[in-house]
Design a protein around this ligand. Sequence first.
Ligand code: PEP
Ligand code: MN
Length: 262
Amino acid sequence: SLEVQQEPSTIEIVPGLTIGGKEFIVGAGPCAVETREQICETAVAVKAAGARMLRGGAFKPRTSPYSFQGMEEEGLKLLAEARELTGLPIVTEVVNPRDVELVARYADVMQVGARNTQNFALLKMLGQLDKPILLKRGMATTIQEFLMSAEYILSEGNRRVILCERGIRTFETATRNTLDLSAIPVLKQQTHLPVVIDPSHGTGHSALVPAMCYAAAAAGADGLLVEVHPCPENATSDGPQSLRPDDFAAMMNKLRRFVDVC
Ligand code: PEP
Ligand code: MN
């Protein structure tokens, strides 16, 4: 049987913080790291609201080559400063296999984006790291293919894989993607790996994000990855789907009705 079916469900993110157990773990932060003030202000705000991880992209897999591609190592350094300030572990994306070593020097959790779910060369490299991997489901991958991608990491020896559903491509245009919440119970049947939901890319609209957070918690997810920006209208990427810090805090308070946060 598949490696993924035998995996224990609790994964250590950093010493003292696990996912896949009783606690519901929320990671939050901007789509992209933009400035020291932006990432530090966001980190402080999301921590105060109950987030346990800070997200932020330093390497951005943009659809257009003319869009902002991220601050690269400068962004990683700012993430490290925000971690120093708040104690929050960092989740950040590695886009290119040649940057794995660089990103791993700063990241606590390495994110594989939806455009790289089946980049098997990247997955194999990440399988050789001693670091948790947050693997996003590709926008056109089936759950079976998603699990096979997880297997590429696991089979190289890295047991710490967190699965992230972030929406798939359908005919629907009201949302940016169609968030497949049924993937939560399906994945729970088929693997013991922790499952988190990204309602930001899953909907594309900040007003729709809180409802999907509550639904994910009610459906048995182990956590969330949510985009938060101090000033979404000025964000370099994904402003329309980013919550303001106060809206994030309100969501976190209501989330406690559905699940045990902190
Ligand atoms: C992101 O998390 O900012 C991102 C690019 O997500 P995805 O890979 O799911 O599109
Ligand atoms: Mn984004």
